[in-house]
Design a protein around this ligand. Structure first.
Ligand code: OOG
Ligand code: MG
Length: 263
């Protein structure tokens, strides 16, 4: 039997190379059914330090996931999840994403928060988040679970950095108190056809609630949102598939639109 430490190393390499070599892998809980959610976050930490070294990149923000009740029910969980965004995941509206670099990408509409001061601690409130938010902006997140058929348990997805792959932020920045953040409608189209509609109310009832949840989870570990971070607050609708030749537009009330294309 191998020690916990060498298992951790094996799992981290397994997920790192799945991403690098663009191939899907069997979910880790098939081999390690006893893993806990705390261990999954430790694996995520280990994976991200390795990823930063390997890709010569750095942390630029945080993403929240499973913030909608519908998605939580689908997975049989009561909790959202969080992962990290790296500089090499940042994509641009003017530069198509390369389908060859991804396994089976899906795309989802989100509100991005630009954090202007550190929020590290516990008992963080919505007011604290609002005060620390410089701007909000429309965003699209490309998720690309490294697991076969995009199927996983909560432990699997947390260890896999919550399926993070790419993200694009629209260029229009809005002051957070200039809009009703809890009630922003959104229409997402692919190649000119409407695919999903949604509302920011789908994000734990209000995106600020999701932000508070994450800040306090991080705070309990001595971490938090940092000045300069971009935080993706969670999908406002179901994700849709992204294939070569697709152009996806998410158009948000008050915040404007953001576009991604894929070659
Ligand atoms: C997990 C990541 C979910 C979101 O916004 O809910 C996520 C997944 O569904 O692969 O990023
Ligand atoms: Mg997401």
């Amino acid at each position: 039997m191998t020690s916990k430490t060498s298992n951790d190393k094996d799992i981290i390499e397994y997920l790192l190379y799945a991403e690098r070599d663009v191939h899907e892998v069997i979910k880790i809980t098939d081999e390690y059914p006893g893993l806990t959610i705390d261990q999954a976050y430790e694996l995520q930490d280990g994976l991200l330090s390795r990823r930063i070294k390997e890709n010569n990149t750095k942390k630029v923000g945080i993403k929240l996931g499973l913030t909608s009740k519908a998605k939580q029910e689908m997975m049989g969980v009561n909790d959202a999840i969080y992962g990290y965004l790296h500089a090499d995941m940042l994509a641009h509206e003017w530069e198509p994403i390369n389908r060859n670099e991804l396994i089976h990408p899906k795309i989802e509409p989100e509100i991005a928060f630009f954090i202007g001061e550190d929020i590290i601690g516990e008992n963080i409130t919505e007011e604290d988040i609002l005060r620390a938010t410089k701007y909000v902006a429309p965003a699209l997140e490309v998720i690309d679970s490294r697991y076969k058929d995009f199927r996983f348990t909560l432990v699997d997805v947390v260890a896999d950095n919550c399926s993070s792959a790419k993200f694009v932020v629209g260029s229009k920045l809005t002051l957070p108190d200039a809009v009703d953040l809890g009630n922003i409608g959104m229409v997402m189209s692919k190649n000119g056809q409407v695919q999903q509609t949604g509302s920011s109310a789908a994000v734990l009832g209000h995106p600020l609630k999701a932000m508070v949840w994450a800040a306090n989870q991080l705070g309990a570990k001595g971490k938090g949102f940092k000045n300069g971070d971009i935080v993706l607050s969670g999908a406002m609708s179901e994700a849709i598939t992204l294939e070569s030749g697709d152009t996806v537009v998410a158009d948000f009330d008050s915040l404007g639109a953001v576009t991604v294309s894929c070659v």
